[in-house]
Design a protein around this ligand. Structure first.
Ligand SMILES: Nc1ncnc2c1ncn2[C@@H]1O[C@H](COP(=O)(O)OP(=O)(O)OP(=O)(O)O)[C@@H](O)[C@H]1O
Ligand SMILES: [Mg+2]
Length: 462
């Protein structure tokens, strides 16, 4: 812990001298002041990492200084020292945000340990703040791409409910439509953002383990593993719990969950006391929970309780207009991640992408862009870079579309003539190639050319 700056505010010279001496020996840079006003001035002028503050100073008392520091230097850790300790002043100092409170006379080692702890805690807090900001950026609503009307309605709704007091939300949508992303966005857009966000995938754990993960376990419970274990609901008090694939939970847990949603209380496994929590529950399902309830595999009362605020994410095939936006978004994402310079997708590639049905929804699209960008080092992603299943479908659909019989019907001979002309043109006048494009022999083509009096055409002469 070397080279950190400690501001030592103490009017008793001897104490100040001996403290400064020891702290300097430990490698700290020490600034000294014998008055409150001087201390505040020093804080204005220099970067200080920790404040050691005497309670009694000649010009103002330590509590006043602490109050000022709280207003102007919010993240600065303060350790109070006094010879006139009373419980009240200690409580007041802590309330005002002091890190700790030491009674004189104190042992040097004691104060060093406290300083160390204060600096470590502050560094951790800073780290946590940074992490949280990054996380908020990553999971903010701004990361959800979508222009489709239904998607915009979803975003509007999310903005409204995120900061509301609504405690239960049900997210439904096929796999890969963005339920996880949305649950995160709801949490980080809410007043609960600074409290925990915990996710549990209900289908991933066996029943007993899921129950103890959710509700915790008291010593002596059936899976006694030593002490009492807090569950997710307790640990995320004040925050949000995301119950992914809620349709998979057993009857027993459904009953406990219903009670939690109704009374906001629960019991740990093996516990007798009711524990009250304030959590927002976001449940998700990639199948229709209503259907599961109808089939008797999910309690109807719980379904109704969860369904107070339902949000449905439409499958990607129902919002093809979002595909170009998503493609751009993911290309930018992987450009950053893989340090590449892909500019975009060609028109024909984009056409194929928008016409594909995306059974795996946005996840499938994201994975595809990732794969193409790893394998093909191209500036522009072209249709040839896409896997068969995607191009294949487009080609089939193309044929179907081009040959659909119009409502008013056609004159077959005209169609035939037009196709022959097109084939000749595309083949650059080469009859053999044109015949191949039409699935005819060269002789048959010649016969038809005669029939349509096309044989003298410019193209044919080449
Ligand atoms: N609208 C969107 N904008 C940007 N990225 C998205 C969007 N929707 C989904 N994604 C991305 O697609 C991937 C899949 O989304 P997510 O995990 O949220 O789906 P899910 O609905 O939870 O799927 P599952 O039911 O399989 O758990 C994630 O990487 C997510 O970031
Ligand atoms: Mg998910």
């Amino acid at each position: 812990m070397a080279n950190e700056t400690v501001l030592l505010v103490e009017d008793e010279k001897l104490i100040r001298w001996s403290l400064a001496n020891r702290l300097t020996k430990e490698g700290f840079r020490v600034l000294e002041s014998d008055k409150g006003a001087g201390a505040l001035k020093a804080l204005e002028e220099t970067q200080v990492d920790l404040l050691l503050l005497d309670y009694r100073l000649p010009d103002m008392d330590g509590i006043q200084v602490l109050r000022e520091v709280g207003k102007r230097f919010r993240d600065l850790p303060v350790i109070m020292m006094t010879a006139y300790s009373t419980v009240e002043s200690a409580i007041e100092a802590m309330k005002l945000g002091a890190f700790d409170y030491l009674n004189k006379p104190f042992e040097m080692d004691e104060i060093l340990v406290t300083i160390q702890k204060a600096l470590e805690t502050t560094a951790l807090k800073r780290e946590l703040g940074r992490y949280r900001r990054e996380h908020e950026e990553r999971f903010g609503l701004g990361n959800l791409v979508g222009h489709n009307l239904k998607m915009r309605e979803v975003f509007d709704l999310v903005r409204k409910i995120a900061t509301s007091s609504a405690t239960t939300i049900l997210l439904q949508g096929e796999s890969g439509t963005g339920k996880d992303l949305l649950a995160n966005a709801i949490h980080y857009a809410s007043d609960r953002a600074k409290k925990p966000f915990m996710t549990i995938t209900c289908s991933a754990l066996p029943e007993t383990l899921l129950e103890s993960e959710l509700f915790g376990q008291e010593k002596g419970g059936s899976m006694d593993a030593g002490g009492t274990k807090k569950g997710i609901f307790e640990l995320s008090d004040g925050g949000t719990v995301f119950l992914d694939e809620v349709g998979e939970i057993s009857e027993n847990i459904q009953v406990k969950l219903l009670r939690l949603l109704e009374d906001r209380t629960f019991k740990r496994i093996g516990g007798v006391a009711d524990i009250a929590v304030d959590v927002r529950v976001i449940a998700s399902s990639n199948v229709s929970l209503e259907q599961v309830a109808k089939e008797g595999r999910f309690r109807k009362d719980l379904y109704y309780r969860l369904n107070v605020l339902p949000i449905s994410l439409p499958p990607l095939r129902e919002r093809p207009e979002d595909i170009p936006l998503l493609v751009k978004h993911f290309i930018e994402h992987y450009n950053r991640e893989f340090k590449k310079n892909t500019l975009g997708a060609s028109r024909s590639a984009m056409l194929a992408l928008t016409e594909y049905s995306w059974p795996g929804n946005v996840r499938e699209l994201k994975n595809l862009i990732e794969r193409v960008m790893i394998l093909e080092n191209k500036e522009v992603i072209d249709v040839d870079d896409l896997p068969r299943e995607i191009i294949g479908r487009q080609a089939e659909e193309d044929i179907e579309q081009r040959f659909e019989l119009p409502p008013q019907g056609v004159v077959l001979e005209e169609v035939e003539r037009s196709l022959i002309e097109q084939a000749l043109k595309r083949a650059g006048g080469n009859q053999s190639r044109a015949a191949r494009l039409l699935g005819l022999t060269r002789d048959t083509l010649r016969y038809r050319l005669k029939k349509f009096s096309l044989e003298g055409s410019e193209a044919q002469l080449k």
